[in-house]
Design a protein. Structure first.
Length: 115
C-alpha cells in the first residue's frame, strides 16, 4: 500500500500550489489538507476565502481531502473548538455533512490505517 502522503497548506501564500497540481497529486493517492488555522490567519485572512477553499475541495474531490484545525498555539482557541468552527463555516458555505465527515473522520482514519 505504501506510505500515505498529505499535502498540507496548499493555499498558503508562500506555497500557492496550483489546483491542477493538487488534483494530479490527489489522483496519485495524496490527501490535500485544508487547515482552519490558514483561514484564521490574523495577518491576511483575505488570502484564504472560504469560497475558494470550498471550490478547491470540490475540484480535488472531498474523497482525497482532509480538514484539520492545525491549532494548539497559545494565542488560538483549542484544536477541537477550531475544528468545530471550521466545519460549521464550511457547512454554511455549502459543503455537505457527508463530505465533512469524510474529510474530518474517514480519511484521517484511512491515513492512520484504521479503515
Amino acid at each position: 500500500m505504501g506510505i500515505p502522503t498529505i499535502i498540507t497548506h496548499p493555499m498558503q501564500r508562500d506555497i500557492k500550489m496550483p489546483i491542477d497540481v493538487q488534483k494530479e497529486l490527489a489522483s496519485k493517492g495524496a490527501y490535500i489538507e485544508h487547515c482552519y488555522i490558514m483561514w484564521l490567519d490574523r495577518d491576511h485572512p483575505e488570502d484564504y476565502p472560504l469560497k475558494t477553499i470550498k471550490e478547491d475541495i470540490e475540484e480535488v474531490g472531498y474523497e482525497q481531502c482532509i480538514i484539520s484545525s492545525d491549532a494548539g498555539q497559545v494565542r488560538n482557541p483549542s484544536s477541537s473548538e477550531c475544528l468545530e468552527t471550521y466545519m460549521n463555516l464550511l457547512s454554511n458555505e455549502g459543503i455537505s455533512e457527508q463530505a465533512l465527515a469524510t474529510m474530518a473522520v474517514t480519511n484521517p482514519r484511512k491515513i492512520l490505517g484504521m479503515e
